[in-house]
Design a protein around this ligand. Sequence first.
Ligand code: ZN
Length: 330
Amino acid sequence: MKCIFCEYCRMEREYKLKKVKLNKVIRGKAYEFVITGAYCETCGERVTIPGILDLNALEIDKQYRQFEDIVTIEEIRNIMEIYQIGKTPLSIVLGFGEITIPRYLDGQVPSKQYSEILKKALRSPKYMKEKLLENKEKITTAAFKKSMKATDELIHALSISTQMMNVICMILEELGEVSPLMLQKLLYYTQGVSLALNHEPIFEEDCQAWVHGPVYPTVYQLFKGFSFNPIDDQRYAIIKNIQNVLSVSQQNVVHLVANTFGIYGAKSLEKLTHNEKPWLLSRQGYDEGIPSQEVITKDLINAYFLDMHRQYDFTCVEGINKYINESLNK
Ligand SMILES: [Zn+2]
């Protein structure tokens, strides 16, 4: 049992913690907060225990911000983290005084107006980008570049459909190490197998017939800075926590692709795509090595994979592996 000196009993007594209401007026407005109080078990009077004042000050701060819908210190830290920006440059970029954000981090409660600006920055990377460009000259080049890069990556990440994000997460989880080049190929095969088996696209995005095979440009933009193991990269954390919207049959397709196409290297898969109609037909008129942004339509992918499914049976690992082996040895 926990004990504390009770001023009323004039001796050490056991105490109990209870939630109590506290009425307080802040900036002329009345609030009712719920805080924690310690009470002597013997006389029932309130006692003071170490740390409880600090704890309640934090509670009151948190509840006040909730009542007034004011940005929290944690949210401000999130802004700094996701946009890779320090407290002083963030102050300047958002048009505040240089020491405003440092003060907020120390506990000062922002005004409603500044709080709204901070919330908008947290919600919208596009808004953050506008502010960065607007105040580019007022912060160091290094700080500007670093934050712009992180902001652009977030904008790209948010332009990718949830379905696509889910497929990417599943592939990374199943295979662990996947280079951006490899990921592109696996996304393409996931779409192909999904069209053949489920008769529907697994994600809405269209790929383009680039020199090294089919590429989904928004995914390329997001992952281009990754070296060879996206799963170790901080940016992966941004997409990892999104809700899974894939149906069981869609998850089966990703699983099947990861366990067949996924065991080959990026170069083998590149060779494979170069033997396939969708990429070949979309690159008509382009010589080898000439960049193209021609879309490989879902119709082309659908027709080809449906045909191969009929020949090889893509419902099982054996059928797909037989297709890969024969196509690579052509
Ligand atoms: Zn007492």
